[in-house]
Ligand binder design. Structure first.
Ligand SMILES: Cc1cc2nc3c(=O)[nH]c(=O)nc-3n(C[C@H](O)[C@H](O)[C@H](O)COP(=O)(O)OP(=O)(O)OC[C@H]3O[C@@H](n4cnc5c(N)ncnc54)[C@H](O)[C@@H]3O)c2cc1C
Length: 292
């Protein structure tokens, strides 16, 4: 029997595919550390979310406890929509000495294939010029690099740099999350790529702006959403994918030769009419580091 009391005024659905499997049967696996269920309420006048998150090692939870948690979550809508807070995942990069010799995983605690990602170092730029320097240094050292985001939500091992295990560099966009410019008139906002969906929505809302569509979890970063072509549903507008609404990008790419400033990296700006913008938008993170 459908546990959701769907009425004509409220539509309740589970948007997370993992939530879909929870609906039928709680997912119990040593690979997954989090149970995260989100209900979104849509009515003609309001849109609210109720999220329940249990950050425990799932293997130590008995499946009946998971069922109990789920049951409790399913009962809550009957008392009316309300907001609760969830617990975000902990750091996805853990280093043994400063920012070197690190283990990287995704927000679930493990990649799909069950393997680890070991890297030589992690970098945390907070400005574009710091980012340029990190990319340049790695480029000069012929070191493989990849971007890791604040919560690294992708299940595949996308954020792991190639090359021999333990030799690469991850560049975190955790601190590259600032709002650069808001142009209310043209309804355009310029942000750094590490900004989370939550921060982006808040930044827009401060100026009366909103995204047409968004993927399902507020902890995703803009860079991650673009790179994977992540989308929500597409009832109105150009389409449901976030990248459909991107009109320009700045990307830091490694170079073989030093540029005028001596960096082995450069910043490329792609404007709205640049055909390369289409490729740069959904790159799985292999065409350089998106700065803004
Ligand atoms: C192929 C794919 C499609 C998905 N589609 C959807 C969807 O349609 N709707 C939905 O709700 N969810 C979707 N997801 C799940 C989730 O929304 C995405 O995984 C999302 O990318 C996670 O965002 P994140 O910020 O945690 O990025 P991460 O998982 O940390 O990174 C994703 C990729 O982007 C790269 N990257 C991130 N930031 C930058 C940057 N600044 N510069 C360069 N590279 C960067 C990373 O190196 C990595 O390769 C999808 C996942 C995958 C793997």
């Amino acid at each position: 029997p459908d546990p959701f009391p769907i009425s004509s005024t409220h539509l309740i659905y589970i948007s997370d595919p993992a939530g879909g499997s929870l609906y039928g049967r709680p997912y119990v696996s040593v690979k997954y550390m989090y149970i995260y269920v989100c209900f979104h309420y849509l009515s003609p006048t309001t849109s609210k979310s109720l999220c329940i998150s249990q950050a425990s090692q799932m293997s130590t939870l008995s499946s009946s406890l998971v069922y109990l948690l789920l049951l409790a979550s399913l009962c809550l809508p009957s008392s009316g929509p309300r907001l609760v807070t969830g617990i975000p995942p902990g750091p996805v990069v853990q280093c043994t000495s400063g920012n070197t010799n690190c283990l990287v995983h995704n927000g679930y605690g493990a990649f799909l294939d069950g393997t680890n990602c070991r890297v030589a170092a992690a970098a945390y730029p907070s400005t574009e010029s710091e980012l340029l320097r990190f990319v340049s240094d790695a480029s000069l050292a012929n070191q493989k690099m990849k971007v890791v985001t604040r919560y690294s939500h992708s299940i595949p091992k996308l954020c792991c740099p190639g090359g021999p295990d333990g030799t690469g560099l991850v560049i975190s966009t955790e601190k590259l999350n600032h709002v650069v410019r808001v142009d209310v008139q043209s309804r355009r906002i310029t942000v750094e790529s590490g900004i989370t969906l939550h921060e982006l929505i808040e930044a827009g809302a401060t100026h009366g702006l909103a995204l047409t569509h968004s993927p399902y979890w507020l902890g995703l970063s803009l860079g991650g959403m673009l790179c994977t072509g992540a989308h929500g549903s597409s009832f109105v507008g150009k389409g449901g994918a976030v990248h459909e609404y991107v009109v320009g990008m700045k990307i830091v790419v490694p170079t073989t030769w030093p540029d005028v400033d001596g960096y082995f990296a450069k910043v490329i700006s792609l404007e709205e009419d640049d055909p390369d913008l289409l490729a740069a938008k959904v790159s799985l993170g292999v065409l350089g580091v998106i700065s803004q």
